[in-house]
Write a protein that binds this ligand. Structure first.
Ligand SMILES: [Zn+2]
Ligand SMILES: [Zn+2]
Length: 423
């Protein structure tokens, strides 16, 4: 009997985690936090020893609680791709720092992160790992960010696919997910955008370039905010492709993330492309550099993606009243974040920094999502045609379940009250 115990991302996005028990195996896939909560909320605890863990990708909603598995469950091996491991270290250390600045001590320390890094083992796309009781685990490219993986499990003949976060479409940075997958009986899918399609990516690229060109023509500065991992690098490729030859700067944690991603060029769609785009870019790390770059028209790509913290706060404080400047937000804005409030009200409200600013600079959100949109999600699932689908990682997993039932599938939306299943 296969036992599934859903640990998080139940009717919400955040704190992803799944425990799969079969024979002597007690396997955890992902163990993240809900970043939008302060303090961040954690997945359900697992009792007893965990024999191995698999990490789909580095984002904190999938990785942010991993050190607890070592402390509580004697975990001694975590499998991920190489680039995922390095990016996870960067994000875990940063999460301790960011929470500390807000007066929150997480349940693990920098030392625990260091111990966690030591038990990582690598699994590359298409590579299989044999475990006890005829269990075999294989990673496939999930197309979400560099290094992201589908976790495919052959449990003594029963096939389970855990999608993590995924995207079927190519971006300038990476290819869409693997389409040639083995047969799948049990599918555990994300559904972030199960009810919406994304606009064509090229239209978003062109809109971004148009805003930048118009702003430069008015001697202004464009601030482009984005997530540190995978997004800023994609935008650099876009600027390179469209030949933006004004100074382009990158500020914030994106620098470290880009450096790591560029080390593992085999995860990129066009291996040398990031190298080439980076030749024109200058990294900013200090306040004196920030002050200097504001003197001339330019483009600044920076974090954080939802305007909560990071250098973008500093730039907005300096530029908010300049009508010839603009802000482009490139990612999903979670309810309650300063980015979402800005889009709804036109005010940049950031309580942590005591800011309440009416923006005179132009601002716009563009959709550079790294998650599959509605039609592609349904097509992907139809092609797999699984016996049973478990819906997680969406603000409305019930809605996703109903949508899949309409398409003739047997679907469940696990909830905190109903999260144990035997197969
Ligand atoms: Zn993700
Ligand atoms: Zn996620």
């Amino acid at each position: 009997m296969i036992k599934l115990n859903f640990l998080g991302a139940l009717g919400t996005i955040g704190a992803s985690g799944l425990l799969v028990e079969y024979g002597a195996n007690k396997i955890v896939i992902d163990y993240g936090v809900k970043v939008s909560d302060t303090p961040p909320s954690f997945p359900f605890e697992v009792k007893g020893i965990v024999t191995s863990a698999f990490l789909s990708h580095c984002h904190l909603d999938h990785s942010g609680a991993l050190p607890l598995l070592l402390k509580r469950n004697n975990l001694d091996k975590i499998y991920s791709t190489k680039v995922t491991k390095e990016l996870t270290e960067l994000l875990l250390i940063d999460s301790i720092k960011v929470n500390r600045e807000e007066g929150v001590e997480l349940k693990f320390s920098e030392e625990d992160v260091e111990k966690t890094m030591k038990i990582f083992r690598y699994l590359e796309y298409g590579e299989s790992l044999k475990l006890k009781n005829n269990v075999e685990v294989t990673f496939y490219d999930a197309g979400h960010i560099p290094g992201s993986a589908f976790v495919f499990m052959d449990l003594d003949g029963k096939h389970l696919l855990y999608t993590g976060d995924f995207n079927t479409e190519d971006t300038r940075l990476i290819k869409g997910c693997e389409k040639n997958l083995p047969e799948v009986d049990i599918l555990i899918t994300e559904g972030t955008y199960y009810d919406r399609n994304h606009p064509d990516r090229e239209s978003q690229e062109k809109e971004l370039v148009k805003i930048i060109r118009e702003t430069l023509a008015n001697d202004g500065i464009t601030i482009v905010s984005g997530f540190a991992v995978g997004r800023i690098d994609e935008l650099l490729l876009v600027l390179d492709k469209y030949g933006i030859d004004y100074p382009v700067y990158v500020d914030g944690m994106a620098k470290k993330a880009i450096t790591i991603i560029n080390k593992y060029q085999n995860f990129l769609k066009d291996p040398k492309s990031l190298d080439k785009a980076l030749r024109k870019v200058e990294f900013i790390t200090e306040d004196y550099q920030r002050k200097k770059v504001l003197k001339e028209p330019c483009v600044i790509l920076t974090t954080s993606g939802m305007l909560k913290g990071g250098p973008v706060v500093w730039y907005l404080e300096k530029l908010y009243s300049r009508k010839n400047c603009s802000l482009v937000i490139t990612g999903f804005q979670v309810e309650g974040t300063p980015g979402k409030k800005l889009l709804d009200t036109g005010y940049y409200i950031n309580e942590k920094y005591g800011l309440n600013l009416k923006l005179k600079m132009g601002f716009k959100r563009l959709d550079f999502s790294s998650h599959v949109g509605r039609d592609n999600l349904i097509d992907f699932i139809k092609k797999l045609n699984p016996e049973k689908i478990y819906c997680v990682h969406s603000d409305n997993t019930e809605g996703l379940k109903e949508e899949l039932e309409k398409q003739g599938f047997d679907a469940v939306a696990p909830s905190p009250e109903n999260r144990f299943f035997n197969i």
